[in-house]
Design a protein around this ligand. Sequence first.
Ligand code: PEP
Length: 248
Amino acid sequence: MTRQTIVAANWKMNGDSKLILEMSEALNALTLKNKQVIVCPSAPYLANAVSVFSNQDIAIGAQNANEHDKGAYTGEVSALMLKDLQVQYVILGHSERRAIYGESSELVADKVAHVLGHGLTAILCIGETESERENGETETVLKSQLDPVINQIGIQAFENVVVAYEPVWAIGTGKTASSEIAQQTHEFIRGYLASFDTDIANTTAILYGGSVNAGNCQELFSQADIDGGLIGGASLKIEEFSNICSAE
Ligand code: PEP
C-alpha cells in the first residue's frame, strides 16, 4: 500500500512575511515527487501564505481552530474562517495546546469534527509524555487520545484526517525517537485503526514529529508505517526544511 509522503511545517508562534516569501522561493526550486508539503504559519499570516504559495503545489495549514463557527470567543479563529481563506489543513491536539491550554481529547474531538465539517483536513496530534512511556503507558495514552475522535467522527471520517504521532519528550528537545521506537509506535497506531477498519488504516497517513531534522528524516521516513513528518524547529530554517522536503 503506497501512501503519499507528507511533510508539514509547524511554525508555532514564529515566522513572518519575510520567511513566507523566502521559504516559497526555496521550495519552488525543488522537485517534490509524490510528496505533499504543508506550511502552517501563525494565524495572522495565513492569508499571506495562501497568496504567496498559491502557484506552488504547497498547501497551507492552520495551527488550531475553535469548535464553533462564530460568536463571542475573543481571540479565536473558526474553521469557517479558515475555509474562507482557502486554508486546507488544521493542526489539532498539538501537545502544546493540550499542556499549556488544557485542551482535552474530547475538545480535540469536537474541533476535528468541526474542521472536517467544513471540508478541511485535520492533522490530529497524539503522543505520550516521557513518564508515560517509562511507565509502559504509551499505548493506553494513544488509545485514549484516539478514542474520543473515533467515537465522535466515526472511523470512515479518517479519510480526512492525518495522524501525527509526536512523543512529547521528543518535541523541541533534540531527543528524536529512534527509528525503531517510532516505527513500533506507528505500527501500533495503524493496527489500532485497523481494528476499526483495515482500509482506513492502510490509507491514513501517520506522520512522525519530534526533533526531526535534515540528518534524521531519511531514516525515519523510510520506515514502513511512517508517512512523513510534522516538523517544528527545523521548519523555520530554509535550507534545512528544503532538505527535509527533498528526502526520499
Ligand atoms: C512540533 O512541535 O510539532 C514539533 C515536532 O517540534 P520539533 O520538530 O521542534 O520537535
